[in-house]
Design a protein around this ligand. Sequence first.
Ligand code: ADP
Ligand code: MG
Length: 139
Amino acid sequence: MTERTFSIIKPDATEKNLTGAVNAVIEAAGLRIVAQKRIKLSQAQAEKFYEIHKERPFFGELVEFMTRAPVVVQVLEGDNAVARYREVMGATNPAQAAEGTIRKLYADSVGENSVHGSDSLDNAKIEIAQFFTDDEIVG
Ligand code: ADP
Ligand code: MG
């Protein structure tokens, strides 16, 4: 089934000029980038986006990381896009990520792991709506 998922190219990747390299992996995997913009997350935006992790010990560090440099927020479209992009990203900890995945190729650590991807279709809809209006998504 054709789905849309939400992606973020995180600060570690934009700082290293890897936006195009990450997008090349996404596109080679058959996912279409149907919306994309480079923004600087505010503290409030980052805290809201990662609200589910607010009790975790790494929450403060995560918000600081996500706001230290620009990110690229994206909507990806394709067959089973939510699960497909999670595969393409690789495991949260790059040391455990499979060969050829974005995190294996480019990520430095479990915190600074280059990309975010929605973990369910429901969350994809919620996350897309936090950053894009319908008319900004051109499928
Ligand atoms: P994923 O991004 O793979 O869905 P999680 O939802 O578990 O992973 O965590 C959200 C984000 O929080 C991770 O992508 C990573 O940036 C950060 N994070 C997760 N676990 C840790 C950790 N143990 N230490 C520091 N940062 C972490
Ligand atoms: Mg997650």
